[in-house]
Design a protein. Structure first.
Length: 132
């Protein structure tokens, strides 16, 4: 197996894009909560091949960890946007000036204004998160 301890599996899940937002959970196998340092070889994964992630209640430490992770995601959101396609305004090639392009420029200026507003809102939101 690739992972020897449940702790290593937890670290993998914390970095994986589909499970990184789960921050407070325990592992369960055959209805028994498992210790983080349980070796996977100790589990009977042939008879019961599933290990469940069960959410647990947040205490003060877990809540702080969750907020720190949220802030780190907000500071570096590229993880969440890796599959987005660039919009047409950013990839259009320069062309000669014509009457139809004047309309295109107003659309692109509106897009850039919206981008600026989104950026400002995002920065304000991030400041609020960091202050609290």
């Amino acid at each position: 197996m690739q992972y020897e301890l449940l702790f290593e599996l937890r670290e993998y899940l914390n970095a994986h894009i589909f499970t990184f937002f789960f921050t407070n959970f325990t592992f369960e196998h055959n209805g028994v909560a498992l210790n983080e340092y349980t070796e996977l070889s100790e589990l009977d994964l042939v008879a019961q091949p599933r290990i469940y992630m069960r959410p647990t209640k947040y205490d003060d430490k877990a809540a702080r960890t969750h907020i720190k992770k949220l802030v780190s995601i907000l500071e570096c959101p590229s993880v969440l946007t890796t599959n987005q396609k660039p919009n047409k305004a950013t990839i259009s090639a320069p062309r000669s000036r014509s009457a139809s392009q004047v309309g295109d420029e107003s659309v692109s200026s509106k897009l850039s204004e919206n981008d600026e507003k989104l950026q400002k809102n995002y920065e304000d939101f991030l400041k609020v998160i960091k202050q609290n």
